[in-house]
Ligand binder design. Structure first.
Ligand code: F6R
Length: 242
């Protein structure tokens, strides 16, 4: 069963997500699973503000990111490595060696996937932050991805590349075609999951995830099998589930 929170707007959704994150950060050595994209940016801003105001330290925090594009260097302004540094890591006191972002700049992505999964398996993620793609993907697990998948290479759907073209000068041709992504089984190992989904373009995917039949057609529907998922929506993303 999902715990569903419907808020008035993105800022409120970020505050609700932060309340759950704050409790996990009180643990001794928390392990965070982190996402990129627009959905978690407000949460990361609140984590940075809390670090600055209340001194919440990340010295003993370990992080694992969900995914990374293949074919752009990690120094590229749209790599997820860069995204995480700009939106969170550079503004808190987390040691660089505690952060893990899959490596997409490689001639052997399969090997990178195996290495990433091996490292991930040494830990249990206390809280996994997720967004959802308009096609129902979580991380970069596109429709059709097996539910038992571990970290793997994914060819991105055209819809996903179209959605993400906004970060690449609105030019879909500049959006990488493949990514390294944690698999659906990797994500399901997390103890607690929070998903932030806002905006009308997420309403159909949110409906399929919550009310649809569990099916690889909507990768996010696998979350129906997890016993601690909080889905935080704004009114627009929640229109179809009412
Ligand atoms: C990003 C990720 C993706 C995004 C999803 C939604 O690390 O794993 O699944 O969460 O594409 O993206 P936004 O939040 O930009 O709408």
């Amino acid at each position: 069963m999902f715990n569903i929170i419907v808020t008035d707007n993105y800022d409120q959704a970020s505050s609700e997500a932060f309340k759950i994150m704050r409790d996990v950060l009180r643990k001794e050595n928390p392990v965070l699973g982190l996402a990129t994209g627009s959905s978690p940016v407000g949460l990361y801003k609140k984590m940075i503000a809390d670090h600055n105001t209340n001194g919440t330290s990340y010295k003993n925090v370990i992080t694992f990111n969900l995914d990374e594009y293949i074919g752009i260097p990690k120094t590229h302004d749209q790599s997820y490595y860069t995204f995480m540094h700009e939106n969170l890591f550079d503004h808190i006191d987390i040691p660089e060696e505690n952060t893990h972002v899959p490596v997409g700049e490689t001639d052997n992505p399969e090997e990178e996937c195996a290495k990433y999964e091996e490292e991930l398996q040494k830990y249990t993620i206390d809280i996994q932050v997720l967004g959802i793609g308009s096609d129902g993907h979580i991380a970069f697990n596109e429709p059709g991805t097996p539910f038992d998948s571990l970290t793997h290479v994914m060819e991105l759907e055209e819809q996903t590349r179209r959605d993400n073209a906004r970060f690449f000068d609105d030019n879909i041709d500049l959006v990488p075609t493949h990514a390294v992504t944690m698999g659906l089984a990797s994500i399901m190992r997390a103890k607690k999951i929070i998903m932030i989904a806002t905006g009308a373009n997420k309403a159909d995917a949110v409906y399929d995830m919550i009310k649809g039949q569990k099916s690889t057609d909507c990768p996010a529907s696998i979350l129906q099998d997890h016993d601690d998922v909080t889905i935080i929506l704004d009114k627009e993303a929640a229109t179809r589930i009412k």
